[in-house]
Design a protein around this ligand. Sequence first.
Ligand SMILES: Cc1cc2nc3c(=O)[nH]c(=O)nc-3n(C[C@H](O)[C@H](O)[C@H](O)COP(=O)(O)OP(=O)(O)OC[C@H]3O[C@@H](n4cnc5c(N)ncnc54)[C@H](O)[C@@H]3O)c2cc1C
Length: 482
Amino acid sequence: MPAQLTARPSDIPLQNLYNLLEPITVPKKKARFRNWGRSFICTPSAIFEPENEFQCELVLELARREGKKLRVSAVGHSPSDLAMTNEYMLRTTKLNRILEINTEKRYVVAQGGITLNDLNAQLAKNNLAMINLGSISEQSLAGVVATATHGSGISYGAISTNVIALSLLLADGSRVTCSRSEHSDLFMASLCGLGATGIILSVQLLLEPAFRLKEVQESRPFEDVVRDMDKLVHSAEHVRFWWFPTKDTIRCSYSNRTSEPNNPAGSWFWGTFFGYHVVQFLLFVGRYFSTVNVWTANLACWLLGGRTEGVDDSYNIFNVDCRYPQHTTEWAIPYENTQACLRDFRDYLSKELQNPQGLRPHFPVEIRFSAADDIWLSPGYGQATTWIGIVQYKPYGFNVPYRRLFQAFEEIVIRHQGRPHWAKAHPLGIEGLRKLYPHFDDFRRVLDKVDPDAIFRNEYVERHIMGKQIDPRLFRAFKKGS
Ligand SMILES: Cc1cc2nc3c(=O)[nH]c(=O)nc-3n(C[C@H](O)[C@H](O)[C@H](O)COP(=O)(O)OP(=O)(O)OC[C@H]3O[C@@H](n4cnc5c(N)ncnc54)[C@H](O)[C@@H]3O)c2cc1C
């Protein structure tokens, strides 16, 4: 083996470091990074795509020597500037191997860059599955951990609650394994660490035996669902709601583990042709004639139909079609504030719909639930949680207005003690966040300890965690017209 591959990164001469990094450096012309929602974009001074842990160390060493920030990013599904930087970016997409599967103890150890889609497939071959999932499985494992990504189920915490241990590369170049019993402060900070505590090299994740879910869906009037909320939320293992304000209707989904055979619901014609393509075209027309948005929402609500039942592998039921690029925001409110918060938002939307010049928002409002946890920056910290999310789609990638709607929504959820989803853009500064998170300053203390030179802190982290005045629109894809 060449001497430079056995040397410590700090001993490698700078020119040799450049040579070693050249094969994993994205060509300058392609060194751009845009999030999935096409709402944020950046041009890092270099993007590196390491294929092993040693190469991660080399990238970190270069950043340290050149005094550059280093942002770890994965598949860019965060709908904010959380993963953005204009300095160095380390993309984890090639760090995607499974390192160990233990079927007896039901855990997997996988590199941070593996996507949940790949993980689901590998686990299924071993008759195992993730305990809960969010709406999609395109994200990386470390990405969902770093943002406390959640699914739905009042007895199920965020995905980070199933993490047993993390292996991290810290800013000083050392590697550390942390868990609830080992370096526990670093662990509790990194389970929703926003990429700021270090590079997550691998994740040890608790699983359960592969399972199928039986999902029942039905549409009910808004007032019935809100009145019976507590009963409905506890009526199945995984309950979620999609609210169509223009029809005053909520599509309810209840899923339970089942031994029944696979029997998926839905048809291509209604789901894909009408539900995707026709709806996208109508949303495009709605950019010019906003009344069309009401018809489109009503059509989408109607397409969902009456009561349906389906049985499928867990991940096929957990995951849904999130449609098109979009602006989105989602907030976690204490579960007991759910009814009051939804009614306030409904009052606001009704006034807008009655006003000929009022907003005609897109659909649906997504409502989900999760159990309390003890992760320092998790929006579910210390409280059963209701997640309320809204979207404004960008049909064919074209921009649409969203700011007035999002500001009104944010005012309402903030009144109900809302905590923002960290991966989604939000206006809260450190004073507001400190009041919401009892461990906010513990988190900052860990960052100061493990990364005193702030190598892993990008603009998002500096703005929301360190309180620096940084323009939230710095990386916005569309700076005008929204
Ligand atoms: C269509 C869609 C559906 C979604 N559904 C849900 C949902 O149901 N529930 C929910 O809670 N969220 C949901 N999200 C949000 C999504 O889960 C998070 O934004 C997640 O972080 C995206 O993962 P990613 O791999 O794309 O990470 P990126 O967006 O690339 O990065 C996210 C964060 O993770 C950090 N990070 C990534 N890899 C590492 C690493 N190896 N080490 C350290 N830090 C790292 C980055 O620094 C950054 O801070 C959804 C997003 C989209 C676009």
